[in-house]
Write a protein that binds this ligand. Structure first.
Ligand SMILES: NC(=O)c1ccc[n+]([C@@H]2O[C@H](COP(=O)([O-])OP(=O)(O)OC[C@H]3O[C@@H](n4cnc5c(N)ncnc54)[C@H](OP(=O)(O)O)[C@@H]3O)[C@@H](O)[C@H]2O)c1
Length: 281
């Protein structure tokens, strides 16, 4: 298939390109300089030129805290950018797979969120990503929305890298223990995205690695697997205030993946081990 990847220089985009090449798809990776998704005419021209079968939409405004002060910019990228892609895709008959987030939920639940659970974002990032989901659905029938969470990959700045750096520098770190979710390795998510885009099983999916942990438990496991002797102090969310509120419980139910006969992502600890090996640790 001919596949355009937006946000191709990002953490997920780079692993998606690798997976497409592994599966012998014809990939067109577009970073922001080649395809600014907020520029409607740029998007129309690029998509009309390439005429892809699928757009794997990995570009986003991802700075959750800065988004609180810059909601207009986040909206342009996450909502209007997605709408531009949906309209351009419709003209050439392409499918769109848009990556979204657990932050569309408020995290007050206590059971894994199903794909049709009511949404209620706590902050600007979640609001703008949800607006993108809605604009995609309004403008295109052939869509996939893949909500993911706690993403880590070798090409990005992420929690695993931050923990390893702080642990090595300080020997002690404080990490919140009252927010739980499921980590997601970009390599595993990329595999799922490519498997899904090859089907016509349209709709909303939740895709993270399997298993559940708190950020504190994630940090403890990172140091254990990396063989680093670092003391991890559990903190409450109140002890570690951030500009944007985070959902306390953001576990996503992966039931739909199994129902549709697709391949579930492996356990997060095995994924972390593969990530550490890929990073040469
Ligand atoms: N990271 C997480 O923990 C997480 C969790 C849940 C969901 N997600 C979702 O997963 C997807 C991939 O995230 P990621 O971790 O790969 O983020 P990332 O590394 O920040 O990649 C996003 C990419 O989008 C690009 N971009 C920003 N504005 C653009 C524009 N106007 N036009 C074209 N490209 C633009 C960025 O370019 P610049 O670097 O030049 O800005 C960056 O390369 C996103 O949809 C994100 O919302 C991520």
């Amino acid at each position: 298939m001919r596949v355009v990847v937006t946000g191709a220089a990002g953490q997920l985009g780079q692993d998606v390109l690798k997976e497409l090449s592994r599966k012998n798809h014809e990939a067109f990776g577009a970073d922001r300089t080649q395809l600014d998704i907020t520029n409607e005419s740029n998007v129309q021209a690029y998509i009309n030129d390439v005429k892809p079968d699928v757009i794997l939409h990995c570009a986003a405004y991802t700075n959750v805290d800065a988004g609180e002060e810059n909601e207009d910019i986040a909206y342009q990228v996450n909502a209007v950018g997605t709408e531009n892609l949906a309209k351009a895709a419709k003209q050439v008959g392409a499918k769109v797979l848009c990556v979204s987030t657990d932050y569309v939920f408020d995290g007050t639940g206590s059971e894994p969120y199903e794909v049709d659970a009511p949404t209620k974002p706590l902050g600007a990032y979640g609001r703008t990503k949800l607006a993108g989901e809605q604009l995609l659905q309004e403008n295109l029938e052939q869509f996939f929305i893949v909500r993911t969470a706690w993403v880590f990959g070798v090409h990005g700045n992420n929690f695993v890298k931050t923990m390893l750096r702080l642990g090595e520098e300080r020997g002690v770190v404080g990490v919140v223990h009252d927010q739980v979710g499921s980590p997601t390795y970009t390599v595993d998510l990329a595999k799922f995205m490519v498997e899904l885009m090859e089907t016509n099983k349209y709709g909303i999916y939740h895709a993270t690695n399997s298993g559940v942990c708190s950020w504190y438990e994630f940090a403890v496991e990172i140091f254990k697997q990396a063989g680093l002797n670092v003391k991890v102090n559990p903190l409450t969310t109140e002890q570690f205030p951030r500009p944007a509120a985070r959902p306390k419980y953001s576990v996503l139910s992966k039931k739909k993946i199994e129902e549709q006969g697709l391949t579930p992502l492996r356990d997060w600890k095995a994924a972390l081990s593969a990530y550490l090996e890929e990073s040469g640790r």
